[in-house]
Write a protein that binds this ligand. Structure first.
Ligand code: SFD
Ligand code: AMP
Length: 623
């Protein structure tokens, strides 16, 4: 078979890349405001079950409850700011917070079952910001709304590059990719593009290995495409040095929040001690080292990790989640049984592998505790991590330093971003990501109507031709090269994506503060890691693909390597340990508010191939 099998050109007004939570939000809102516009969404998998919410969720982690005066957007800004150790874009967080409740109400209207408090009739709270849902079908429900909204949906199409306008390289004119089932080349031309392709998983070696390697906490669909494509086009990025290291149920990756907050479980060490309370007291004495954040309640997520890591290093592991104790404490047998059932439902609705693991281990949550562990790092912008694009803020809130165009527009004209793709604004979660998609889409419609009504996207035909060759090259390389070996999985002629991925994992895990190094690195390690990474980057021109699925894996790897490069370059630049528990710079072991309470941003110049890394000021907006 010769590739591409065909070329499909699609013209539209707004192109949404990624049909996850934020992409679906963008689709819904774009059609609401842009009834006469042609809205197209493109997704590498099947929207109904793609991205972070593919397996469902058991909670909506961001709901303010403003109709019941439960919280204000200002409260939320303060919470997120502290959790991310003082540096966030408060304008962006405020903007999501003030709109997020309406999103949750839409989800309920569309059929998402939300737990209710029988006494008050309000949504049942898991914690101050979180509410509980029966969310196995969360993604299909949200996807249905998006599918009904768009004029066309292209599924199983993997986008590899954004396309610059022929006459203005700083203006986006569309995107290009290939059909992972039909082998066609897809060229999308659009007046505005919304980047919603999620975060980055498998940048670091995961703790799960061998055949279990695909079992990570965040979804393997999210392969750094959003970051890589924006970087390659020259968009300014922020906080790419940040990562999220989630504390999770060991090996199954079941989330812990609902267990701590709703079930009120304690975590104990191997001796049955409440190591966490002791750790908090110890941390309080470390204000000089880690700043005022050590006294915050709740303690920032990274510092919660830090306490656990210290406990493990001091030799009192394993650490256990004591759901057994929490269930046994309940006196009423009916209520006790309900709690036990809830444990299973929590995982069956969100992380079914955790329930399967319990079954494999003969673990009855009412009888035995589960092990906890801190996972491998993920680069992302929507949970307790804040990597992503530097975007323009809301007109009515953002100070001039954070405002240069339409809301959520990147530094590339016509290119908007949302969800994991937006940096410096963490804790959006599923509801906030959908909300940010809505915000970005509303602004994109406004942009198209006001600024691009007469704009005709034009791209350089030669550039398209060169990409056409480049995108499908790995298939041809494999076909030619396989004759030179008796084992097609081993050849001097090509590198298979899985082999390249392992190399990436090794570099990142060992030099860039992965779990094998207890999340520690320094200038020399980062320098060496970068050297090795750049060699891997060179070798990406030797990727080989056995089939179309492999071809997708090749391009995912390309995107992952670009994301990894940005991560290392940013880590080298920030000379402090801003998020202890996520990573430590052994050569700068303290939080240094005096010199580093600012954003680290970068721009890659596609013309010269040079990176510029620099700082931008943090501006406090909420007292
Ligand atoms: O328990 C391309 N999240 C939770 N949020 C909550 O509100 N409550 C929870 O309970 C949460 N938890 C949780 C969560 C996630 C996961 C995996 C687990 C548990 C196990 C976080 C949210 O889900 C997350 O914040 C949002 O979904 C982020 O939204 P977005 O849109 O930024 O990312 P996405 O949904 O993954 O979508 C990305 C899409 O892009 C596609 N894609 N398409 C075309 N071409 C390319 N090159 C592409 N690259 C990617 C993807 O396929 C995907 O559909 S808990 O842990 O806290
Ligand atoms: P998780 O399940 O860890 O993703 O967390 C879900 C939500 O609960 C997120 O909003 C977390 O920030 C929050 N959370 C998790 N653990 C704790 C904790 N021990 N204390 C306070 N908040 C927590």
């Amino acid at each position: 078979m010769s590739y591409p099998t065909g070329v499909e050109k699609v013209e539209c007004d707004i192109l949404i890349i990624g049909g996850g939570m934020s992409g679906c939000g963008a689709a819904y809102e774009a059609k609401y405001w842009g009834r006469k516009l042609k809205i197209v969404m493109v997704e590498k998998a099947a929207t109904e079950r793609s991205g972070a919410v593919a397996a469902g969720l058991s909670a909506i982690n961001l709901y303010l409850g403003m109709r019941w005066n439960e919280n204000t957007p200002e409260d939320y800004v303060r919470y997120v700011r502290t959790d991310l150790m003082g540096i966030v874009r408060e304008d962006l967080i405020y903007d999501v917070a003030r709109h997020v409740d309406s999103t949750v109400h839409l989800f309920e209207e569309w059929g998402l079952p939300i737990y209710k408090d029988p006494k008050t009739g309000r949504y049942l709270r898991e914690g101050r910001w979180q509410i509980l849902i029966s969310g196995e079908s969360y993604k299909p429900i949200v996807a249905e709304a998006a599918k009904k909204s768009v004029d066309a949906l292209y599924e199983r199409v993997f986008i590899t590059h954004l396309l610059p306008d022929k006459n203005n390289p700083n203006r986006v004119a569309g995107a290009i990719g290939f059909g992972v089932r039909d082998g066609k080349l897809y060229v999308f031309l659009a007046k505005a593009v919304i980047m919603a392709a999620g975060g980055a998983v498998h940048i670091f070696r995961p703790r799960a290995h061998g055949e279990g390697m695909g079992r990570t906490w965040y979804p393997p669909w999210d392969s750094g495409s959003a970051y890589a494509m924006m970087i390659m086009m020259g968009a300014e990025m922020t906080q790419m040095e940040n990562r999220f290291v989630p504390m999770r149920f060991k090996d199954g990756y079941g989330p812990v929040g609902a267990y701590f907050l709703f079930l009120k479980c304690k975590a104990t060490n191997a001796l049955g001690e409440d190591y966490f309370s002791r750790g908090i007291e110890k941390l309080k004495q470390m204000k000089d080292k880690f700043g005022p954040y050590v006294e915050a309640t709740p303690l920032p997520t990274c510092l919660r990790n830090h306490i656990m890591l210290e406990e493990l290093k001091e030799g009192r592991g394993p650490i256990f989640m004591r759901h057994d104790l929490a269930i046994k404490e309940v006196q009423d047998p009916k209520e006790r049984a309900a709690k036990e059932r809830w444990c299973w439902e929590d995982f069956l609705d969100m992380t079914p592998s955790q329930a399967l693991l319990w079954a494999c281990l003969n673990l009855d949550p009412a009888e035995k505790p589960s092990e906890l562990m801190v996972a491998e790092p993920y680069i992302m912008g929507s949970h307790a991590g804040c990597a992503g694009a530097w975007v323009s803020g809301p007109e009515d809130v953002a100070p001039p330093e954070y405002q240069w165009g339409y809301n959520r527009m990147t530094t590339i004209e016509g290119l908007f971003a949302c969800g994991d793709a937006v940096g410096a604004s963490a804790h959006k979660f599923s509801s906030g990501s959908f909300t940010e998609g809505r915000i970005a889409a509303k602004a994109a419609v406004k942009y198209v109507l006001e600024k691009a009504a007469d704009y005709k996207p034009t791209v350089d035909d030669q550039y398209i031709e060169s990409l056409k060759t480049k995108i499908f090259e790995p298939l041809e390389r494999f076909e030619k090269g396989k004759a030179t070996t008796t084992r097609p999985d081993l050849s001097f002629e090509y590198i298979l994506p899985q082999q390249g991925l392992r190399r990436l994992h090794k570099i990142m895990c060992e030099y860039a503060a992965g779990f094998s190094m207890w999340y520690v690195t320094n200038e020399h390690m980062l320098q060496r890691g970068l050297e090795l990474l750049l060699m891997l980057k060179e070798d990406l021109d030797k990727l080989g693909a056995r089939d179309l699925h492999d071809l997708m894996r090749c391009w995912e790897l390309v995107h992952r390597v670009w994301t990894a490069e940005a991560h290392i370059r940013h880590m080298m630049f920030r000379k402090e340990t801003r998020w202890p528990g996520y990573y430590y710079r052994a050569d700068y072991p303290n939080v240094d508010d005096q010199n580093w309470k600012c954003f680290v941003n970068s721009v890659f110049d596609p013309k010269t191939g040079e990176w510029k890394v620099f700082t931008r000021p943090y501006i406090q907006l909420v007292p």
